[in-house]
Write a protein that binds this ligand. Structure first.
Ligand SMILES: [Zn+2]
Length: 277
C-alpha cells in the first residue's frame, strides 16, 4: 500500500475516534445527602432491568463488563439504610445501601429587596407555578448513552458559595443552597457543562433568567441569574457551548452563575462531576 493511502486510513481512524463522544470516569462514590452512590448491579439482572430510587429512574452506566447504577441522593435524605429498587418483567428485588450523615455549614445573607426574603402572596403563587415547571424538567428521563458524560465548569471564576449551605436570608432560615455559585462579571459567557439538549428556559422570581439542560439518563443542569439567554428549548448543545451571559437577575446579591445538577430528581454537589481548576 502506498504510504499516503495508509496515512489517510490512519488519520481517518484517528479523527473518527476523536469525534466519537468521550466518556468520563464514573463520579466518586460519596454516599451522603447531596452526594452520589455508585452501585455495581448484580450480573444476573437482564438488560431491561428497571432501576429506581425514590420512585425515579436512575442512570445505569456500563464500564467494561460491569453495569453500575449512579444514584443521586437528595439533600433531605436521612442517614441510614436506603433501598435501590430493581424491577424485571418477572421479578422485583431491592439492593440496600447506607447513606452517612453530612452536616453542611450555615450561610447568612443580607438582601436589600425584602420581597425576595418575604414574598407577597402573589409572588409566592408565581414562585409555586415556576417551581412546578422546573420540577417537571427535573423529573425527565431521556434514555441516553451508557457512558458517563464529561462535565466541565460552566464558567471560570472563584466559587462564591458552595453546594449544600444551610441558608438564612436576613436572619430567616430558607431552603439549603442546591447548587454551586461561581463569581463572574456581568456579561461573562455561561457555558453548557456537558453535552445536552435545552430542556427549558424561563425568567423566574428567585432564579432569574434560567436555562435547564437535559444531559440524558435523568441528569439535568440548571444555570441561573443570567442577564441574557442565547439558546432555545430543543436546541442540541456540545459541552462548552455558550448558553447565555452571566447576570444578577432574580434573587442575587451580585453577578454570579448558579449551577444546579440533578440526578434522578436529587440535587447533588456539582463539584462531584466537574474537575476543579
Ligand atoms: Zn446559588
Amino acid at each position: 500500500m502506498a504510504l499516503p493511502a495508509l496515512m489517510k486510513i490512519l488519520l481517518t481512524g484517528l479523527l473518527a475516534a476523536c469525534s466519537a463522544s468521550i466518556a468520563a470516569p464514573l463520579p466518586p462514590d460519596n454516599r451522603v445527602p447531596g452526594g452520589i452512590a455508585v452501585i455495581p448491579l448484580p450480573e444476573y439482572l437482564s438488560e431491561n432491568v428497571s432501576v429506581r430510587f425514590n420512585d425515579m429512574d436512575v442512570p445505569v452506566m456500563t464500564t467494561g463488563r460491569e453495569r453500575v447504577a449512579v444514584v443521586g441522593i437528595p439533600l433531605s435524605s436521612k442517614a441510614g439504610e436506603q433501598l435501590l429498587e430493581l424491577r424485571e418483567a418477572s421479578a422485583s428485588d431491592s439492593l440496600p445501601f447506607r447513606v452517612e450523615s453530612k452536616s453542611y455549614p450555615e450561610q447568612h445573607i443580607t438582601l436589600k429587596t425584602q420581597e425576595h426574603v418575604n414574598p407577597s402572596p402573589e409572588q409566592l403563587a408565581r414562585y409555586e407555578r415556576e417551581a412546578a415547571e422546573q420540577n417537571a424538567v427535573y423529573r425527565r428521563f431521556t434514555p441516553g448513552a451508557k457512558e458517563w458524560p464529561v462535565f466541565s465548569l460552566p464558567g471560570r471564576g472563584p466559587f462564591s458559595s458552595p453546594f449544600g449551605l444551610k441558608r438564612f436570608f436576613n436572619g430567616e432560615p430558607r431552603n439549603p443552597h442546591a447548587g454551586l455559585d461561581i463569581a463572574l462579571p456581568e456579561g461573562a459567557p455561561a457555558l453548557a457543562p456537558a453535552d445536552a439538549v435545552v430542556a427549558g428556559t424561563g425568567d423566574y422570581f428567585f432564579n432569574g433568567r434560567t436555562v435547564m439542560l437535559d444531559h440524558g439518563n435523568g441528569i439535568i443542569s440548571m444555570l441561573c441569574h443570567l442577564s441574557r439567554i442565547s439558546v432555545v428549548p430543543g436546541q442540541t448543545l456540545k459541552r462548552g457551548e455558550r448558553i447565555g451571559l452571566v447576570g444578577q437577575t432574580g434573587r442575587a446579591t451580585g453577578p454570579h452563575l448558579h449551577w444546579t445538577v440533578s440526578i434522578n430528581n436529587a440535587r447533588i454537589d456539582p463539584l462531584l462531576l466537574a474537575p476543579t481548576p
